[in-house]
Ligand binder design. Structure first.
Ligand SMILES: Nc1ncnc2c1ncn2[C@@H]1O[C@H](COP(=O)(O)OP(=O)(O)OP(=O)(O)O)[C@@H](O)[C@H]1O
Ligand SMILES: Nc1ncnc2c1ncn2[C@@H]1O[C@H](COP(=O)(O)OP(=O)(O)OP(=O)(O)O)[C@@H](O)[C@H]1O
Ligand SMILES: [Mg+2]
Ligand SMILES: [Mg+2]
Lengths: 255, 255
């Protein structure tokens, strides 16, 4: 199983939208895929159609060792896609894990129980560089970084790279950057084009060639609990995530 | 000095954009205003024109008691507006404060040193319900909640209200909700209109009547380090924040 964290501490850049939609496309392509919701907000869980208020055991219970992760994996309504949901219990995980031994490797150990069950695993991270995100990066082979094509989104990248470096040096020497995906792009907007140029010149071929456009269908689909390939597979948002998913598979298989 | 936190754990909903622009309009109206950047990303600091890489002492140093807050207050380029900047040191604050005595009231104590120097103080919070946000809420008279007119943004509100309640019961019985501000509104979008209706029916007159439209000038202004009233005071974004700021002052003075 190859594991990829989808992470950026800047808020609202498309982490959850990317996690849900990439995982669904990989499932459709025939890869057995696991989506882990590591954000206390539980957006990935509801974006994939779960009712987070009816979730009894979540990723929180696997992190604190109360239950095996394999026992909380649920089949989603979508082909080859399985989910480990989050719920509000996760809010307390940060404080509780702080005191624990090997607090950074709780998720890594929990994932052992499903290591041979899936081809790929994607982890939707919260908007911070906290212990939950460090757990995700420590457990991952790769990080995928969504970058919104806006000014504030550029500012946080160097901090994120610092954290990736620290995790690689201290906790997980395998961690590498799978790529950067540019999101919510509006080609009519000068600033957006400048951000694309800047990110491309800095990250070069690490930047995926598929850019995700700002597309209202992408923001509507979670209100129906459906990924974009089900909600509106002909939309510009769906086509962009499909192309991106093909690029991702090529990198995951060929890397 | 009346203190207001601008907080919502959902990422990218307009916390920083609101903090920077409300604080600037209140300064222009003649109120001596302090803006505190409590987000390690430092977006409010750069949005108001500071270069966060040249910031030596930040809010971090006041939180850990290394320096008095009054000694790190800086005059901004804008009328009656002063800033306490953030920088990357703040990333470590969460872990360091965890072990400290009275860890939730560090900001409250730090603000004592400027209590009589300003009319209003606004605190830009990070996208989480962590110790930094709890410090902000514990130090505040009010919370202002920006809510993006999108589906995922609705999901987190009940959690935020839970946290406000817990802070009120355990740490700060004065804390009250100043109001809800709807942001990034696109009137042509069905979902956005549904979110407005839902928020209005739940929060009733706590919702400010001024709604902030999605307006490209608002996302361009931080790349020039300028608030909207300087970057483009005739834009729809500027007019909306001006009207909102008048409503805020009315509530702060009349409450
Ligand atoms: N390409 C897009 N076009 C239009 N809307 C989008 C797009 N991608 C995401 N959105 C919407 O923008 C908002 C932010 O996206 P999302 O919640 O996926 O970001 P996030 O990084 O996961 O946020 P958080 O930091 O809170 O976890 C959501 O309301 C989502 O529906
Ligand atoms: N009304 C608006 N119209 C258009 N763009 C906006 C508007 N408000 C904010 N933005 C842009 O949307 C992005 C998110 O806004 P902002 O950074 O203020 O949110 P935030 O809640 O502070 O995010 P974080 O959770 O990361 O702290 C920024 O790039 C900002 O420039
Ligand atoms: Mg998310
Ligand atoms: Mg912000």
């Amino acid at each position: 199983m190859k594991i990829c964290s989808i992470s950026n501490q800047k808020g609202g850049v498309g982490k959850t939208t990317s996690s849900v939609n990439i995982a669904t496309y990989l499932g459709k392509m025939g890869y057995k895929t696991l989506l882990i919701d590591l954000d206390p907000q539980g957006n990935a869980s509801s974006g994939i159609g779960l009712n987070k208020y009816r979730i009894d055991k979540s990723i929180y219970h696997a992190l604190i060792g109360e239950i095996d992760l394999v026992d909380i994996v649920r089949k989603s309504d979508y082909e080859n896609l399985f989910v480990v949901p989050s719920n509000r219990d996760l809010i307390g995980a940060e404080v509780e894990l702080m005191q624990a031994y090997s607090r950074e490797t709780k998720l890594l150990s929990a994932l052992n129980s499903v290591q041979n069950d899936f081809d790929f695993c994607f982890i939707d991270c919260p908007p911070s560089l906290n212990l939950l995100t460090v757990n995700a990066l420590t457990a991952s082979d790769y990080i995928l970084i969504p970058v919104q094509t806006e000014y504030y989104a550029l500012e946080g990248i160097s901090e994120l790279l610092n954290t990736v470096q620290l995790v690689r040096e201290n906790l997980n020497k395998n961690l590498s950057i799978l790529g950067i995906v540019l999101t919510m792009f509006d080609s009519r907007n000068n600033l957006a084009n400048q951000v694309v140029d800047e990110v491309r010149s800095y990250f070069k071929d690490k930047v995926f060639s598929s850019i995700i456009p700002r597309n209202v269908k992408l923001s509507e689909s979670p209100s129906h609990g459906e990924p974009i390939l089900v909600y509106d597979s002909k939309s510009r948002g769906a086509e962009a995530y499909e192309k991106l998913s093909e690029e991702i598979v090529a990198r995951l298989n060929g890397v």
